[in-house]
Ligand binder design. Structure first.
Ligand SMILES: Nc1ncnc2c1ncn2[C@@H]1O[C@H](COP(=O)(O)OP(=O)(O)OP(=O)(O)O)[C@@H](O)[C@H]1O
Length: 310
């Protein structure tokens, strides 16, 4: 999976801070050409893992390869390959948006005309051209996130590590981010994204690794996630007709919501079973007014992991 094009392979990584075991045992793979989501509750070790991959923290034990390179043995080699977007921009208050990018480009050894051209191109990509000469400190949280993304891309890295990139973005910017990440993956880049917004990851990611208390507890592709048993919510007018039809087919259901918005929740094995049930209800003259998965595919996996949900 790892190769000169930038895949990531991690085996049994561990890292502590004093007595805090931030990463206990993580196995993780992110292939080139795909977006891999890193999912886990607050404090589960996602940022620590991303810092390890970016060569900004060393592992205590375990093996890590980014594009075939060990970040402990050759941090410079990894930094050339990696674009890193932390969960906040960091403070270079006196620099303009353009200077943030060109300065970063200089640190990567880009020539002046090359980094300036690339910086302008990226400001356009993240829709910040009108802030080109503005001090970065005046940017809103969402604008800073977009500048941070542009900064991560300045040296056209093969590997992108993004910590909560959608945080603070308005709906339009989230769609732009999704499109950009899919485009980068399609161009063969390795993209790793951590996020809490699971519904969003359904549309961005090709695969997901679930982390709990510093351990990787599950890894699945989006196809696998989409084909697992899922909860569906159904509403009909009247609900009694729906209840009778579900019971007639021996299907168990749970009542959800309140008297104003009552719905029944059923567990379905596959999208085929969902299609069969909807058709069966409609053919039985049940007036179905809503029929949808209760949550996204990744959320379904997340909810089914009973490790440290709080
Ligand atoms: N430098 C540090 N010193 C001490 N403890 C740390 C340090 N960095 C992280 N930790 C601890 O390690 C654990 C994992 O933190 P980490 O930031 O990796 O979690 P996370 O999954 O990114 O969380 P969030 O979703 O809230 O960003 C937490 O308990 C945190 O308090």
């Amino acid at each position: 999976m790892t190769n000169e094009f930038g895949g990531i392979v991690v085996h049994a990584a561990a890292r502590s801070f004093g007595s805090v075991q931030a990463v206990r045992h993580i196995d993780f793979e992110a292939p080139p050409g795909e977006v891999t989501a890193l999912i886990g509750p607050n404090g589960s070790g996602k940022t620590t893992l991303l810092l390890i991959l970016a060569s900004l923290l060393a592992v205590d034990s375990g093996s890590v390869r980014v594009g075939g390179i060990d970040p402990v043995a050759d941090p410079q080699g990894v930094r050339r390959l990696v674009g890193w977007m932390p969960d906040s921009l960091g403070r270079w208050d006196s620099l303009s948006a353009l200077e943030v990018l060109t300065t970063t480009g200089a640190l990567y050894g880009m020539r002046p005309e090359e980094r300036t051209a690339r910086a302008h191109e990226l400001l356009e990509t993240v829709s910040l051209t009108e802030y080109t000469r503005q001090p970065a400190r005046v940017l809103s949280r969402g604008q800073q996130q977009r500048l941070s993304l542009a900064r991560a891309l300045i040296h056209n890295p093969q590997v992108l590590l993004l910590d909560e990139p959608a945080s603070g973005l308005d709906p339009g910017s989230r769609v732009d981010l999704r499109t950009l990440l899919r485009t980068l993956a399609a161009a063969g880049k390795t993209v790793v994204v951590s996020s809490h917004v699971l519904s969003e990851l359904d549309e961005i990611a090709d695969r997901a690794v679930f982390i709990s208390r510093g351990e990787s507890v599950r890894s699945q592709t989006l196809d696998e996630a989409g084909n697992q048993v899922r909860r569906y919510n159904i509403q009909a007018e009247p609900m009694s007709a729906l209840a009778a039809e579900l019971s007639g087919h021996g299907m168990r259901f749970e009542e959800r919501g309140d008297s104003r918005r009552l719905e029944y929740q059923v567990m379905l094995d596959s999208t085929q079973q969902a299609a069969w049930l909807l058709r069966t209800l409609v053919l039985a003259d049940v007036a179905v007014t809503a029929f949808a998965p209760a949550g996204g595919a990744l959320e379904e996996t997340y909810m089914s992991l009973d490790t440290d949900r709080r």
